[in-house]
Design a protein around this ligand. Structure first.
Ligand SMILES: [Zn+2]
Ligand SMILES: [Zn+2]
Length: 95
């Protein structure tokens, strides 16, 4: 996303909000982190947040059995899973 073309950040923010509303982007919810967005067309996946470099990695696959956590009578529309830890780059740097 180009930010040096004279477009104000508010304009960019509005564009991002519209893209989310239009289903083009989806918001990645990460605790203690600025909002992140990714293309909504990505297949279902989850994230690994490195506490060392603050990068967020896509992880593929989804644990089975999440449906079983939903209380009786509740309807689940989706879920987010964020793993927290240290990425391989940071593990190697600290080795
Ligand atoms: Zn890292
Ligand atoms: Zn999942």
């Amino acid at each position: 996303m180009l930010l040096d073309t004279g477009i104000g950040i508010a304009t960019v923010y509005r564009a991002v909000k519209k893209a989310v509303a239009d289903g083009v982007l989806s918001r990645v919810e990460l605790p203690n982190s600025a909002a992140r967005f990714e293309p909504a067309e990505l297949p279902h996946h989850h994230h690994f947040a490195c506490g060392s470099c603050n990068k967020v990695y896509d992880i593929h696959g989804c644990p089975l059995g999440i449906d079983g956590l939903v209380p009786d009578g509740f309807q689940m529309d989706g879920h987010e899973i964020v793993l927290h830890g240290t990425c391989v780059d940071c593990v190697e740097q600290s080795a």
